[in-house]
Ligand binder design. Structure first.
Ligand code: MG
Length: 377
């Protein structure tokens, strides 16, 4: 039976990261590479969750129960696969109409933010730094660091990453920022040098601390279990785990997925989702990057303000939780960093970290100009 992989456009934090396989004929999805699902113009087949729930023969995959079709979904959405599709050119232009470049629409963005306090939220991997083969070497450039430093002088700025907070801090090395590591489950205010600091210099929030022993235990099991898959790398992000498959041969993805699945079968308190060339394992608590964004806005004193304008820039499925929070609040907007069309709750797009830097530099320039104009009045 062939199954098509479907990306759910609804970004509910519990359901968003599920891949859903729909039975459509009589052969096996996993039997041959030639049976990759056909693509919609946007690179995915997209249908609403309500419609999905009405479909028969539906397998919903989460909690580590079935992962193989995620791997297939990853193949189908990989840049090399999509770039070769003639459907993409047409799909890309319509997608760009729905999610225009934040650089091209910069003036409009500034216009709608007038009179409001901009607050910046930045993912790290794939947003401030390029995706590289070795996740330990995902360094950001000096020019990007300088830009983020200037940005933090103009606006409250937070880094929101799936990485362990200490590790992302070692990459960014700017004490004046807020940091939300472990997908927002480990939040700390600026150590120094931020005019936006609200008194708290210690840890602001660690909602998953009770999961620490379990995460350590599963980390050891995953290291042991995946060591037979060349290129697989398990990263301990303190409150969550990442299994990177950036360097895993395409033919070995299914094997790696079942290795991870077999470990997680014993831990229903942990859930599994797929990011860009990474499998993420997180506690099942209702906490994600979107919750971290809300927590940080509250910490900054903007919980019930109409004059705040949060901007979240990220490239990953886990960033969708934050994009959706902004859509639901009707405040600010999300910017998806992607070269290919993807289902997203972000309003705008940027193609790569270099464009993110351009956008941030334009924000800094605009703010400096606005301050100068104000001073002359
Ligand atoms: Mg990322």
């Amino acid at each position: 039976m062939t199954k098509q992989n479907v990306v759910v456009s609804d970004a509910d934090s519990q359901i968003m990261n599920m891949a859903i396989s729909v039975a459509v004929s009589n052969s096996s999805i996993f039997s041959a590479a030639a049976e990759k699902p056909p693509m919609a113009p946007g690179g995915y087949i997209s249908i609403s969750r309500k419609r999905l729930m009405n479909l028969k023969n539906l397998d919903i995959i989460n909690g580590g129960e079935r992962l193989t079709s995620w791997v297939d979904s990853m193949k189908a959405s990989s840049p090399t696969h999509i770039q070769s599709s003639p459907c993409l050119v047409k799909g890309q232009s319509s997608w760009m109409l729905q999610h225009p470049s934040a650089l091209d629409t910069f003036d409009k963005i500034i216009e709608v933010s007038q009179g409001k306090q901009i607050v910046m939220f930045l993912d790290y991997d794939g947003t401030l730094s390029p995706i590289v083969e070795d996740p330990d070497r995902a360094f950001m450039s000096d020019s990007m660091r300088k830009t983020v430093k200037q940005l933090a002088r103009c606006f409250p700025t937070a880094i929101v990453s799936g990485r362990c907070r200490d590790k992302v801090y070692k990459f960014v090395r700017l004490a004046e920022l807020y940091y939300a590591g472990s997908h927002g489950m480990d939040i700390k205010g600026p150590a120094k040098g931020s005019k936006y600091k609200k008194g708290s210099q210690g840890v602001l929030c660690q909602p998953a601390s009770e999961f620490l022993p379990m995460i350590d235990e599963v980390y050891k099991l995953l290291v042991e279990k995946t060591k037979s898959t060349p290129g697989a790398k398990v990263e301990n992000n303190k409150f969550c785990l990442s299994v990177h498959f950036r360097c895993v041969d395409e033919k070995k993805w299914s094997e790696l997925a079942s290795q991870v699945r077999s470990v997680l079968k014993e831990y229903p308190q942990l859930r599994l989702s797929q990011g860009r060339k990474v499998l993420e394992i997180r506690p099942t608590i209702k906490w994600d990057k979107g919750k971290a964004l809300e927590f940080l806005l509250e910490s900054l004193g903007y919980a019930n303000c109409n004059d705040v304008f949060p901007v979240y820039i990220g490239d990953d499925r886990t960033d969708e939780d934050a994009f959706k929070v902004l859509r639901d609040r009707g405040q600010g907007f999300g910017i998806l960093v992607s070269k290919i069309p993807k289902e997203t709750s972000a309003t705008y797009s940027l193609q790569e970290p270099a464009e993110v830097m351009d956008f941030l530099q334009r924000l800094v320039e605009w703010k400096r100009q606005a301050v100068r104009s104000q001073a002359m009045l």
